[in-house]
Design a protein around this ligand. Structure first.
Ligand code: EPU
Length: 430
């Protein structure tokens, strides 16, 4: 029964180091199968989702060596299988990046349908549309997406919705196609750009990543590379909001402040001070938090992956705030848990109407998914009294050493596994 035990009420103060971005690391790992040469990757986050993907890659014959906790070398010259269906891979979203990567290199891939957090229906029609436009046959049979092509040929693809996953997958499938591929209405997230930079460092010819039109000229082969994953925008944003909700003073280090602009803008609007330097941001929350409105949007808009964290902060702000979730249809499941801590939030469709309260009170709550789980931990840290957060396996999918980093900022949080551990923690905090 792994859970976090938390005694709230301490302002978080100090410095925290941000790791590599999970959502950049996942496609970068998958894309490493596209060369027979060795690939060296640094700043690899040690989180469950990347580790599940690495072990699925080992199962198809990729030689994976972790040279230290955040460095990994991969060699895919002896891939033995183009069918990926181990039990764990079904649980992560990024399993589908192996389709684009294997199809791009071997013109054939069969991968278990993706899982991931239960935050909406998470269609994959745009991925399939892209693969078909490049000339692949795609069918779904026995829980697998099966793709095959004689040749992949460059194509002009218009995305009907802005999709991170589909943009990334099509980019990988197109990198070694004959001719030029143009992806219009592509996603502009930092991790899309990071994957393009990674592929270009392997010899690909991708231009325009970070804008809404990406142009890819097919190349005949990709070579090995050394690459460092960008810092995690959402981990950074989560710690920035941890400062806000606990009325703390936190310097978040090893970040790219440009990637955090929409998060910084909202923190300023609700009354926090934010100082930016080259590779860090400091958030000071010395005044009462103010209400605001926010709508999640594709980058550079406010990220859906920060929606629960800002809602937790607005739940403690003066006045009425409105949060509109425009990316996923089922991302307010945590509101029931927050209500049990004293929040006053009404959800109508994709909108949460939040009447700020002066404090939350500790409760036994469960993480419904990765980002909401992290946000509930922030709520528990700001709350009066004691909380437990269950189902932390979701949080471990995307946050490395979450509780240890919070402890480093003065939080009273511990990972407990037994009733005895829990009692010990309670005795310790008094
Ligand atoms: N969509 C379609 N058809 C498609 C693909 C997407 O209709 O073929 C829709 C989705 O249903 C959704 C919207 O488009 O409504 C955006 O989905 P997108 O494809 O951009 O999301 P994703 O690739 O499944 C990634 C991240 C998510 C993050 C979203 C949005 C990874 C592994 N996952 O998901 O991260 O919320 O982009 O930024 O990169 C997380 O890290 O906690 C997480 C959920």
């Amino acid at each position: 029964m792994e859970q976090y035990a938390i005694k709230g009420g301490n302002p978080l103060v100090g410095e925290v180091e941000i790791g590599g971005a999970k959502n950049a690391a996942l496609p970068i790992l998958a894309a490493s199968v596209m060369t027979d040469e060795t690939v060296y990757i640094e700043n690899m986050p040690d989180v469950r989702d990347t580790n599940v993907l690495l072990s699925a890659m080992e199962n198809i014959g990729v030689i994976v060596k972790r040279t230290d906790r955040h460095k990994v070398t991969l060699n895919a010259s002896n891939i033995s299988e183009l069918v990926v269906e181990d039990e764990n891979i079904k649980k992560i979203r990024a399993s589908y990046y192996l389709i684009g990567a294997l199809l791009g290199k071997y013109k054939h891939a069969e991968v278990a349908l993706p899982g991931g957090c239960d935050i909406g229906c998470r269609a994959i029609d745009q991925h399939i549309k892209g693969f078909r436009a490049l000339g692949a046959d795609v069918k779904i049979e026995h829980g697998l997406i099966k793709t095959q092509a004689e040749h992949l040929r460059g194509s002009h693809i218009y995305m009907d919705v802005v999709s991170v996953g589909a943009t990334i997958n099509i980019m990988m499938a197109a990198v070694m196609a004959e001719g030029t591929t143009i992806i219009e209405n592509s996603a502009k997230e930092p991790h899309v750009v990071d994957l393009a930079n990674f592929l270009n460092s392997m010899g690909a010819n991708i231009k325009g990543a970070g804008t809404d039109v990406i142009r890819i000229k097919g190349v005949s082969h990709l070579h090995g590379t050394e690459y460092a994953v960008i810092p995690d925008q959402i981990e950074a944003g989560t710690f920035m909001f941890a400062a806000a909700v606990t009325k703390g003073d936190v310097t978040v280090k090893n970040v790219i402040p440009k990637h955090l602009e929409s998060i910084t803008a909202k923190l300023l609007e609700i009354g926090c001070e934010v100082e930016e330097a080259d590779d860090c941001v400091r958030v000071v929350a010395s005044k009462p938090l103010q209400h605001t409105q926010v709508k999640t949007l594709p980058y550079p808009g406010f990220p859906t992956d920060m929606q629960p964290q800002i809602t937790v902060a607005l739940g403690l702000s003066k006045g009425t705030s409105i949060v509109t979730e425009s990316i996923f249809e089922n991302r307010f499941k945590y509101v029931d848990e927050l209500t049990r801590m004293g929040a006053s939030i009404k959800v109508e469709g994709n909108t949460a109407i939040i009447d700020g309260v002066s404090r939350y009170t500790g409760a036994n709550i469960s993480a419904p998914d990765l980002r909401a789980g992290a946000a509930l931990v922030l709520a528990a840290m700001s709350a009066e009294g004691f909380s437990t957060v269950d189902d932390i396996r979701y949080i471990e999918r995307g946050y490395e050493d979450f509780h240890l980093k919070l402890q480093g900022l003065g939080a009273q949080i511990e990972l407990v596994e037994t009733e005895r551990d829990l009692q010990k923690f309670k005795l310790k905090i008094g």
